[in-house]
Design a protein around this ligand. Sequence first.
Ligand SMILES: Cc1cc2nc3c(=O)[nH]c(=O)nc-3n(C[C@H](O)[C@H](O)[C@H](O)COP(=O)(O)O)c2cc1C
Length: 170
Amino acid sequence: MSVLDVIQKRYSVRKYLDKAVEEDKLERVLEAARLAPSASNRQIWRFVVVRDPEVRKALAAAAGQPFVGEAPIVIAGCAADTTRVMRCGVPCHIVDLAIALEHIALQAVAEGLGTCWIGAFDQEAAKAAIGAPEHVQIVELMPLGYPATEMPPKSRHPLGDIVMYDRWHE
Ligand SMILES: Cc1cc2nc3c(=O)[nH]c(=O)nc-3n(C[C@H](O)[C@H](O)[C@H](O)COP(=O)(O)O)c2cc1C
């Protein structure tokens, strides 16, 4: 599969098979995150791989989205340092975690697995569920498992609506 094939096949999976993810697949998915670029190569990301059903349930409750806990794995994408801001004014940790988590999402597709970005969750409740210390921020939760659904059609703006050349054009 080309990278574009993988990107086209990724979709938000909100129903998972009751089937464990093989260790070698999980390892490659995590390796994809490890190889991601990060600001000044500081690699402030930490990934809590949650398989414990009770902890998954607590994360699903923190999100108010029961399907999150139904995946065999939920990865909490955490920032161990939230203090650095790039000269452009954008916080490093959000960008770093977003890139690494999308690496996870894409490698998951290559492994026949599915994921869903979860940003709607209660930060304090999710931190309590995984026992994260005060200074850590969970940037996203990401269920991981075998999809139990087919990919729906993609709904995206055409390139002509989102790309400008040389200057901003209204
Ligand atoms: C930053 C971010 C946060 C998201 N949070 C949630 C969420 O809390 N729950 C959910 O079901 N989907 C969530 N999504 C998934 C989006 O709804 C989804 O990516 C979008 O509708 C496009 O659909 P697709 O992923 O199937 O292509 C999130 C996506 C992103 C990128």
